[in-house]
Design a protein around this ligand. Structure first.
Ligand code: GRF
Length: 221
């Protein structure tokens, strides 16, 4: 049997995406193993989640490093020492240096709470909400040198309702994050993902049915 994919998960916050990865591994849906959780925020609830499941956690504080390069150098060292196959950014609030990207070419993925390329950056849900879009969603993508610009692996679309607040919308999006992130990692584990330019192709998957969605719905048109 193939070895489970070795993951390094980088977090900064509540760690709910980390939790969904842990849960999917534990129920056998995701054939991967988390070798290390690295956190740059000592107050992150994700640390508690990881420890509860017996996962090794390293907390790295930016202020303990002179430069970003030093910080990323330490990240690289730890991830290499664990022979990580895939670096999973799960709410990791830092831009990585080009050296970090070079150390793990096409082996770093991220989840973003908006339909990229719209609304990149740290306030994806709020920016989409305030813009007044009728649909938003989330995106799993490879990480490149830009901010949320790498090739897209999976997206999930959710409607924005008229009585939504940015909080209710963020929650609806988060539920979908917890579905598409483990799925994207599983595709990677199965070796199904190839990249052609900006386009990610996934072998042997069913594409979504050819339908158009409207929000609000059309009245007879
Ligand atoms: C998620 O909304 C993710 O899309 C964004 O940061 C948030 C992290 O949430 N990159 P959590 O820490 O996984 O709960």
């Amino acid at each position: 049997m193939a070895q489970p994919l070795k993951l390094g998960v980088l977090i900064s916050g509540s760690g709910s995406n980390l939790q969904s990865i842990i849960d999917n591994i534990e129920k056998g849906a995701l054939k991967a193993s988390i070798k290390i959780v690295i956190c740059n925020n000592p107050h992150s609830f994700g640390i508690t989640r990881a420890q509860k499941h017996g996962l090794p956690v390293v907390v790295l504080k930016q202020e303990d490093f002179k430069t970003r390069a030093d910080f990323d150098g330490e990240l690289i060292r730890i991830l290499r020492s664990k022979e990580i196959d895939l670096v999973v950014l799960a709410g990791f609030m830092r831009i990585l240096t080009p050296d970090f990207l070079k150390a793990f070419p096409l082996k770093i993925i991220n989840i973003h709470p908006a339909l990229l390329p719209s609304f990149p950056g740290i306030h994806g849900q709020k920016d989409a909400f305030e813009y007044g879009v009728k649909f938003s969603g989330c995106t799993v993508h490879f990480v490149d040198e830009g901010v949320d610009t790498g090739p897209i692996i999976i997206q999930s679309v959710v409607p924005v309702f008229q009585d939504d607040t940015k909080e209710t919308l963020a929650l609806r999006i988060l539920k979908e994050e917890h579905r598409i992130y483990p799925q994207a990692i599983q595709y990677f584990a199965e070796g199904k993902i190839t990249i052609a330019g900006r386009k990610v192709l996934i072998k042997d998957t069913e594409e979504t049915p050819l339908i158009a969605l409207h929000n609000p719905s059309l009245a007879g048109f």
